[in-house]
Design a protein around this ligand. Structure first.
Ligand code: HAM
Length: 437
């Protein structure tokens, strides 16, 4: 033992805290996560998407090449470190698409046919934390690999609309779409933008003039009201698409109309990652303040080749799980995961019967919490109530001697009754149905 260890315990050790922007999810909230994840699994299943898992850590060049060296994510937000043994530069994934495409190429996943896959897990971006924006956050990422579209593009939006309905959030979320064309169309548009802003240079502020030749697209995002008019008059890529991109976009809007899905076309919608072409889309809500995009995605037909694979057209999106959970919480959605019964017991002979009864009910598929904290009947009944259970099952030495269990309804009133242990499961099954629990 060192001297420090022997010193009188003057000060309690400092408490450790979670890393800023990285959150714990405690049981009450986790129930909402599970509700969300359950709905996601059901809906993805309906459309034939299959689950995949991929590492949280990938080689840094994967993200630089896929997302783009000049994007905010790669320039400022990645958690990058050197592997102590190999010296290799590694990065905590800031998003999932790059890793999924890497895996698909590595394992020749799309060799024979297209693949619909999805993944969920933590992503990491070093952003300034605020409501709805964290440094460790979670996505449900969905990718259709090997489909030229636009039918899969539309199908993914229809799938998401179904998910919002399933969660009871459909009226709070709207769809915005755009086409950003193919690389050659974007180059031509960029040249047209520069020419246009050069003609209107007098109307530009200093910031815009500085960006004019380096990044004219950024001028379109300016919040300067004085430039509103000149920005509104700038050439739009959507009006200058080549015939193939145009046909793709018209095909998409026709399919959305056919599905009865409402959408807005926003010619200014661009996304923060460089791999997109043609279709881009976002589902947005007004209920979350500044961080209102709950899901975003689009087509990335060039990414496989960019990462050394064979040409493979693809389309996908990701949902921000924290943002969905915030919406569910705001909407007062109860996760509804309380146990059906809470077993209250006191006395040496009662305990084995309590354990047997709890296991018997679990055999029948009922969620049961067995009191494990001792205490008087009164304090145990308080715990039973706080658990949200519909019924308290009461077992004392007297019940144990008679082989019966007291059943006390906790939510709907009514007297306590005594049932033989063997009658409990069918009785609870009948009453769980009747009460909708
Ligand atoms: P993204 O737009 O960067 O796209 O992220 C998708 C969603 O993740 C956002 O709409 C938002 O809900 C959530 N999100 C992003 N950053 C944060 C953060 N710091 N805190 C909380 N939530 C956040 C992608 O990541 C693409 N990989 C989507 C995709 C898949 N495109 C094609 N396939």
């Amino acid at each position: 033992m060192t001297e420090a260890n022997l010193a009188p315990a003057a000060k309690a050790p400092a408490r450790l805290q979670a890393v800023r922007g990285m959150n714990d999810v405690l049981p009450d909230e986790a129930a909402l996560w599970e509700r969300f994840e359950g709905a996601v699994r059901r809906v993805l299943d309906l459309y034939g998407y299959r689950n995949v898992r991929a590492p949280v850590v990938e080689p840094t060049p994967l993200f630089v090449r896929a997302i783009g060296a000049a994007t905010d994510v790669v320039e400022k937000e990645m958690y990058t470190f050197e592997d102590k043994l190999s010296g290799e530069s590694l990065t905590l994934r800031p998003e999932a698409t790059a890793g999924i495409v890497r895996a698909a190429i590595e394992h020749n996943l799309c060799y024979e046919r297209g693949q619909r896959v999805w993944l969920t897990g933590p992503m990491f971006r070093h952003e300034r934390p605020q409501k709805g924006r964290y440094r460790q956050f979670h996505q449900v990422d969905v990718e259709a690999l090997g489909f030229p579209g636009p039918d899969v593009d539309a199908e993914q939006m229809v799938l998401l609309a179904r998910l919002w309905r399933e969660l009871g959030l459909a009226d709070g979320i709207r769809l915005t779409i755009n086409s950003i064309g193919d690389p050659a169309e974007r180059r031509a548009h960029r040249a047209a933008l520069i020419a246009y802003f050069e003609r209107h240079e007098d109307a530009l502020d200093a910031d815009a003039r500085r960006r004019l030749h380096a990044n004219p697209l950024r001028i379109l995002d300016s919040k300067n009201e004085a430039m509103r008019e000149v920005i509104d008059g700038a050439p739009k890529l959507l009006d200058r698409l080549g015939p193939a991109s145009r046909a793709h976009f018209d095909g998409l809007t026709a399919l959305l109309d056919e599905a009865g899905l409402r959408f807005e076309v926003d010619p200014r919608l661009v996304r923060g990652l460089d791999y997109y072409n043609r279709t881009v889309f976002e589902f947005v809500t007004d209920r979350l303040g500044a961080q209102g995009t709950v899901a975003g995605g689009g087509r990335y037909d060039g990414l496989f080749e960019q990462l050394g694979g064979r040409p493979t057209p693809a389309c996908g999106f990701a949902i921000g799980v924290e943002r969905m959970v915030l919406m569910l919480k705001d909407a007062g959605r109860d996760a509804g995961r309380a146990p059906l019964a809470y077993v209250v017991h006191a006395g040496a002979a009662a305990a084995p019967l309590a354990r047997r009864v709890a296991e018997m009910l679990r055999d029948a598929g009922h969620a049961v919490v067995l009191n494990a904290a001792g205490g008087s009947f009164k304090s145990q009944m308080k715990r039973a109530d706080a658990s949200g259970a519909r019924f308290a099952l009461v077992i004392g030495d007297d019940e144990a001697a008679r082989g019966v269990v007291g059943v006390k309804p906790l939510r709907e009133g009514g007297d306590q009754l005594a049932l033989a242990a063997g009658e409990l499961a069918p009785w609870l099954a009948a009453h769980a149905r009747a009460g909708g629990g």
